[in-house]
Write a protein that binds this ligand. Structure first.
Ligand SMILES: Cc1ncc(COP(=O)(O)O)c(C=O)c1O
Length: 362
């Protein structure tokens, strides 16, 4: 057996709503812990899923034929430059398993998305974490940390949990500074929330310009499809071909495949939700700042908030009030919590609870 697996911390996701309902015996639980879209998917998506349900006695299409065509058209990429995953999490695993051999290594930042490290360690691969600078990826230090053994670099852009991003210029400089054979995995799970920022780089432009990058995206965040699990990535044809060799034949279920197409066909619905989201993000930011809390600038659908030494107590207090947020100690940020922007009434309930907590504890 792989005894080293015992030393790997199991990833702890945000508490599920149903679990807290059972524990507290309450009906109205608010989850602001996993950066999901708080609204249901579009009516078109729901209809497509309902229609497809009667066919789930059959295995799904293993090559995601229609979804692949749709994504290729949407992004102007050839079909053999696309891979799909059971969430973009799975594509991270494909990249680690197919692009890095035992004895070679992965470089990333810290704090960042924890799955990069876990995926590497599970395969017995060394993962070097370069400390972030001012809560931002330090690409200069990452570039210097690359050795002959480095085969893969993970960059979450924007990053989770900090919400910060690397700029077009920084990324271009970084990609030009590293050896061609080092593959850079640009995890753009929050792309849709950052794309209107002028200096935010679209990773796909770098792939199209010939760089050795994998650009991953997801339907879990902006499109509100976290529950069906659907992610995709673009890369050079040879890289996709390698990743396909470690992919399970039916990794993307049939409901996810039709949901993905319907989501892309529901632009107006998602734009409407996005406008509401932006207002709510502004509200939340302002409300938390006015309570004297430090809120980081975020290019995503969540906020990283500095609460101070009482942060764990606050998370517990919120849980007891039926509100789930994330404490950041697993990311080494002892004084911080992360909160996802929710529906208007959820955000107000959260702010009210934080206010009540601070009033009694300060
Ligand atoms: C940076 C980042 N990458 C990837 C994911 C995984 O998303 P999914 O597997 O749902 O596509 C997340 C989810 O929280 C994330 O924050």
């Amino acid at each position: 057996m792989r005894t080293y697996l015992r030393n790997i911390a199991v990833y702890k996701p945000g508490k599920p709503i149903e679990e807290l309902k059972r524990e507290l015996g309450v009906r109205d639980v608010v989850k602001l812990a996993s950066n999901e879209n708080p609204f249901p998917p579009s009516p078109r998506v729901r209809k497509a899923i309902c229609r497809a349900v009667s066919g789930i006695n059959r295995y799904p299409e293993g090559n995601q034929y229609y979804l692949r065509q749709r994504i290729a058209k949407e992004f102007g990429v050839s079909e053999d430059q696309i891979i799909f995953g059971n969430g973009s999490d799975e594509i991270i695993v494909f990249a680690v398993r197919s692009l890095v051999a035992p004895g070679q290594e992965i470089v990333t930042s810290f704090p960042t998305f924890l799955i990069y490290k876990i995926a590497g360690l599970v395969e017995g691969i060394r993962v070097r974490e370069v400390p972030a600078k001012g809560m931002r990826y330090d690409l200069g230090a990452i570039s210097s940390a690359i050795t002959d053994s480095t085969k893969l670099v993970f960059i979450a852009n924007p990053d989770n949990p900090t919400g910060t991003y690397v700029t077009k210029e920084e990324l271009a400089r970084f990609l030009n500074s590293i050896p061609e054979e080092v593959c850079v995995f640009l995890d753009e799970a929050y792309y849709e929330f950052a794309r209107e920022l002028e200096d935010y780089p679209n990773g796909l432009d770098f792939l199209k310009a010939g760089k050795n990058v994998v650009v991953s995206r997801t339907f879990s965040k902006y499109y509100g499809l976290a529950g069906v699990r659907l992610g995709y990535a673009f890369a050079r044809k040879e890289v996709i071909d390698l990743m396909n060799r470690v992919r399970e034949p039916f990794n993307v279920n049939s409901l996810a495949q039709v949901a993905g197409i319907a989501a892309l066909d529901s632009k107006e619905y998602y734009e409407r939700i996005y406008r509401l989201f932006k207002r709510e993000k502004g509200f939340l930011r302002k409300a938390l700042s006015s309570l004297g809390l430090e809120v980081l600038d975020s290019a995503t659908n969540f906020l990283l908030v500095k609460v101070g030494p009482k942060s764990e107590e606050l998370v517990e207090y919120l849980l007891k009030s039926g509100i789930i947020v994330r404490h950041m100690k697993a990311w080494g940020l002892q004084d911080y919590i992360r909160v996802t922007v929710g529906q208007p009434r959820e955000n107000r309930r959260f702010v009210k609870a934080v206010k009540a907590f601070l009033k009694n504890r300060r």
